[in-house]
Design a protein around this ligand. Structure first.
Ligand code: 5GP
Length: 236
């Protein structure tokens, strides 16, 4: 399967059409952005690492019965996946309070939440990805019916129940992460986008050190080494 026309260029990936309308190719870029694109940089090899990490995690989730768009990794930076209708909701799953949750609600950083929090953000850069409640999602026609919101929450919790113990065994706390979903040709909701240290937070169980994009957000450096560390733990 080969790339034909560029369909969309995002901050971390280019999405290409292929000869077959049922399949797309995601090209993982080395670009790093934070603060809704205000802070920009590039880290050679980051795209290939995220492609490898996402490939492993999509395979794991597929094996555990989570439907995803993943078909196969084509080469270092390219992944073949199903085409689908994107649902413009970022599903945020949180086990430990940090990031925007601590800023907006003044919860102490590092607080273990009494239960897994699932939130919806509007996937709209111009609006700065604002928080959504169920009624907003319905008014904006982001989903067809309340049942789809319930399904997004159900799938998000199931994914967390698979990934949290998986990473714990590898010495990492899965602090929080962002998921995206789409509808396949049959209208079924499937997991799309990527799963990588760009959209997940990982803290080392022993040291508390971040192994994710927070290193870039906080100007700490060592991005590539951190992402390689996550990949090596996954492969171990
Ligand atoms: P926060 O809301 O604290 O900034 O982010 C919560 C979690 O979702 C973090 O793991 C963060 O990486 C992820 N996340 C939230 N919004 C985005 C986004 O627009 N892009 C990416 N790549 N990750 C996001």
């Amino acid at each position: 399967m080969e790339k034909t026309k560029l369909l969309y260029e995002g901050k971390a990936k280019k999405i290409w059409n292929t000869q077959d309308k049922n399949f797309l190719i995601s090209e993982f870029k080395d670009d790093l952005t934070a603060l809704n694109g205000e802070k920009k940089s590039s880290e050679k090899g980051k795209g290939a690492l995220n492609n490898k990490i996402s490939t492993e995690l999509f395979k794991l989730l597929n094996d555990k019965g989570i439907p995803t768009h993943f078909i196969k990794k084509l080469d270092d930076n390219n992944m073949l996946h199903k085409a689908c209708e994107v649902i413009l909701i970022e599903v945020i799953v949180r086990n430990i309070a940090t990031g925007s949750l601590t800023r907006t609600l003044n919860i102490k950083d590092g607080t273990v939440l009494p239960f897994t929090l699932v939130e919806f953000d509007y996937k709209d850069d111009d609006l700065g990805d604002p928080k959504l409640n169920d009624q907003h999602c319905l008014i904006l026609n982001l989903v067809h019916h309340q049942d789809e919101l319930d399904e997004l929450r159900r799938m998000a919790r199931k994914i967390n129940n698979i990934l949290k113990p998986y990473f714990f065994e590898k010495g990492l706390k899965l602090v929080d992460f962002k998921l995206e979903f789409g509808r396949d040709l049959n209208g079924n909701i499937i997991l799309i986008d990527e799963l990588s240290p760009d959209n997940c937070r990982f803290w080392d169980i022993e040291s508390g050190e971040s192994f994710d994009k927070d290193r870039f957000r906080q100007g700490k450096g060592g991005i590539k080494v951190a992402y390689e560390n996550v990949l090596n733990r996954i492969l171990s």
